[in-house]
Design a protein around this ligand. Structure first.
Ligand SMILES: [Zn+2]
Ligand SMILES: [Zn+2]
Length: 320
């Protein structure tokens, strides 16, 4: 099969051929149709998030089919022990023994992959392979972040890429007012935000037109944390939704004071995934996708690093 490998962090991905893996007990072989490219793939590629093994096949937003033709999704959460205090409390996203697709388990930047059957997700029928792929990480983890941001009406989204362009649609559907905070010169992201129902788009380091009830930070830039706290009203919540962020600069206590809450979101649970994938076609969510061939994975990561992907990057891997 064709595959793209990370040999070593910091080095470009390498396209190659390999034997197909054989599914073990409880696992299934999946023919990969499409695989979304996530910022976490870039963090692993660049060595900011540690690879579980090397060489590694990245990719954790996999849309594919089983031998019986059934279409399935494979997300970031690939395995948990179902036997720890977190799993017992419904917090499998925090399982200390969890294994993640495209980090600990070879992922979807390949024509075929193998996954634990219990972690497969059903996909909405009326969304195509390319269109549905970004829902499997940006959508799912963004949705968990939105839930943890509370019910406030005025929602700020910091960084308007794959996750934010999906979550904006959910928030607007819920009747919230969305404010998109981007780099001041990112006209494409600001335009996309306004097209998707945001009522304002502007500079992420400045205050918005009115205080926010909640903010979700998708961009991996620590300086956005004090910026978002400053933009948030008393009692508001700031959620950091990424797996990695540059260091957060120190900030005066006054911008956290008055019961503002600062928290992170880690990974996803299968319950989040089922709830979100059931909701997505009812909104309906429409994703903006920039398409790449499997062998162009490295170029897709380059463009993502440079902030030049509009919406989400998705690899078209092979015909169903
Ligand atoms: Zn566990
Ligand atoms: Zn991801």
């Amino acid at each position: 099969m064709r595959e793209v490998l990370l040999d070593e962090p910091g080095r470009p991905l390498r396209a190659g051929h390999a034997e197909m893996r054989r599914p073990g007990r409880g696992e299934v072989l999946i023919k990969v149709h499409a695989c979304g490219v996530c910022r976490t793939d870039l963090h692993i590629r660049d060595g900011e998030v540690e690879a579980g093994h090397l060489p590694l096949i990245l990719g954790h937003q996999i849309v594919g089919s089983l031998a019986d033709g059934r279409r399935v999704g494979v997300p970031w959460l690939g395995w948990t022990d179902n036997d720890c205090e977190f799993c017992d409390r419904g917090l499998e996203n925090l399982c200390p023994n969890a294994r993640f697709t495209g980090r600990d388990i070879d992922g979807g930047f390949a024509e075929y992959t193998v996954a634990d059957e219990r972690y497969l997700l059903p996909l909405p029928d009326d969304m195509g392979d390319m269109e549905v792929a970004p829902l499997l990480c940006g959508g799912l983890i963004g949705f968990r972040a939105l839930r943890l941001a509370g019910d406030g009406a005025r929602l700020g989204l910091y960084g308007f890429g794959a996750a934010a362009h999906i979550i904006c649609q959910v928030a607007v559907h819920e009747g919230r007012r969305v404010f998109a905070f981007t780099r001041p010169d990112d006209d494409a992201a600001q335009l996309l935000a306004m097209q998707l129902g945001a009522e304002w788009a502007g500079d992420s380091m400045a205050l918005g037109p009115e205080p926010l009830d909640a903010a979700i930070i998708f961009a991996p830039a620590g300086e956005l944390v004090p910026a978002a706290l400053r933009a948030t009203a008393p009692g508001g919540v700031v959620v950091c939704a990424g797996i990695h962020m540059s260091d957060i600069p120190s900030f005066p206590y006054s911008i956290l004071w008055e019961e503002r809450v600062l928290r992170s979101v880690a990974n996803l649970t299968r319950a989040d995934a089922h709830e979100f994938l059931e909701l997505a076609p009812r909104i309906p969510i429409r994703t903006t996708v920039q398409e790449f061939a499997l062998e162009e994975a490295e170029s897709a990561l380059d463009l993502l690093r440079a902030g030049k992907i509009e919406g989400a990057a998705v690899l078209r891997v092979q015909q169903p």
